[in-house]
Design a protein around this ligand. Structure first.
Ligand code: NIG
Ligand code: FE
Length: 424
């Protein structure tokens, strides 16, 4: 039997972002939220049927109003479900002691080069069973949902061997099937050079290219291929080889670029036609311009800069240069152990000079484009998936003004109410 229609009614502000499905928004487009006041949404079969003022919806569906399940959004803000386009959620263990070491002066790269950091999480993840990883990651997904997130990207990269990279990707695939949140998978075998390849990193690059990428593609375990291009990890040349090889298998390039040091990562992203370049704390002006020219989405991760006590990426400059900007948590146990995309949005405003409207665009439609889902999610338009959030604030600015809080009241995924704050 078909589900009842769902009628989300009378939002003080309904942020639709209409007309943005074909390409990410740039420059002043990022401020145009296409808000409907006293707005309503009519949903059937998991899809949005109509988005309009409440008066129009009442007229249009007059004969069917008593069939529908009604959700009252009076006085509140309704937005598209938030999209997190860069996470490392499938991992085991945690790294509190490294956090303390960093607070005492050690750097992220020193800890990694001494065998900790990504290597530490790799050991814990290799030692964890599929079931353990599934359960730990499930809890993180529940937390994302409570923060209004309805789609996340998830990377492998804590396996660093065929067996364990595949295990991570299979966990993500199963979570995508079982959990309410949709997961989009990225292979990141080139996240670090594993300890046993320390003296011969090019052999590991060959292993990724010749063995792992073909197998991941054959089993259809990922859509994207990412690499940590950073001094002391993978060079731009190694990164280029890995990303080009992935393209031959149909895996679209993404890149961890210019996170710790300037390393021409943004330039490389433009050169290989990456869908996104992520981090970009130290990106050069030339690289930023190249990204704007090629339409590479900048996925900015201010939580990582915050947690590593580093200087933020220049989000303001990127928006003004014409780069389509998205924001993400980078949720991972080392550089950004958070699931709070709303807090990341606060940082986008207060630490990167972006406006409340721009950060909302950056976590909805632009984030959807960063994972090639702009036609399905990220805006409220007829035919799109009915993924929405009701926030308990009177307008879109309230999400940033009243900072550090989780304002998520109700989450709707595929046309069903999946979370209500007061009735968990
Ligand atoms: O995006 N920089 C590389 N990867 C992650 C951190 C991974 C970790 O420290 O476990 C990042 O910051
Ligand atoms: Fe990351």
């Amino acid at each position: 039997m078909a589900n009842k229609p769902l009628y989300i009614q009378k939002a003080a502000q309904l942020v639709t972002l209409q007309g943005s499905s074909d390409a990410p928004l740039r420059k002043e487009e990022m401020e145009q939220l296409q808000i409907i006041e006293d707005g309503s949404v009519w949903i059937e079969d998991g899809l949005i049927q109509s988005v309009d003022t409440d008066a129009e919806i009442q007229k249009r569906y007059a004969s069917r109003l008593n069939e529908a399940e009604i959700v009252n959004a009076r006085g509140k803000l309704v937005t598209p479900g938030l999209v997190d386009p860069h996470t490392h959620i499938v991992f085991a263990g945690s790294r509190e002691s490294e956090f303390e070491l960093r607070l005492k002066g050690a750097t992220y790269m020193e800890i990694m080069n001494a065998g900790g950091g990504i290597h530490s999480t790799t050991s814990a993840t290799r030692n964890a069973s599929h079931e353990q990883l599934y359960e730990e990651s499930w809890k993180r997904l529940d937390q994302f949902l409570r923060h209004g997130v309805t789609t996340v990207e998830a990377k492998s990269g804590y396996g660093l061997s065929m067996e364990h990279e595949i295990k991570q990707l299979e966990v993500a695939q199963q979570l995508n099937r079982d959990h309410t949140i949709d997961i989009v998978s990225t292979f990141m075998g080139a996240h670090a050079v594993p300890a046993d390849y320390k003296e011969r990193p090019d052999d590991f690059v060959d292993e990724v290219i010749q063995k792992m990428l073909p197998e991941v593609a054959r089993r259809e375990l990922a859509e994207f291929n990412d690499v940590f291009c950073e001094r002391g990890v993978f060079t731009p040349d190694q990164s280029r080889r890995i990303l080009e090889a992935g393209k031959k298998w149909g895996l679209l390039p993404k890149i961890h670029a210019d996170e710790i040091e300037p390393y021409r990562g943004a330039e490389l992203a433009a050169e290989v036609g990456a869908v996104s370049a992520d981090h970009l704390l130290r990106a050069s002006d030339v690289g930023i311009q190249a990204m704007a020219d090629q339409g590479v989405v900048a996925v900015l991760l201010p939580g990582t800069a915050f947690f590593l006590m580093a200087e933020m990426a220049n989000g303001r400059k990127m928006v003004d240069t014409g780069v389509p900007v998205a924001l993400s948590t980078d949720c991972n146990p080392g550089s950004s152990p958070t699931v709070s995309l709303p807090f990341i949005m606060n940082l986008g405003c207060l630490k990167m000079g972006m406006t409340p409207a721009e950060v909302l665009t950056a976590t909805t439609i632009n984030a959807a484009h960063a994972i090639r889902r702009g036609h399905e999610i990220g805006s409220l338009e007829k035919g799109k998936k009915a993924d929405l959030v009701i926030f308990d604030v009177p307008n879109y600015m309230g999400l940033q003004y009243s900072y550090g809080s989780n304002h998520t009241q109700t989450v709707i995924k595929n046309g069903r109410v999946v979370y209500r704050r007061d009735e968990v």
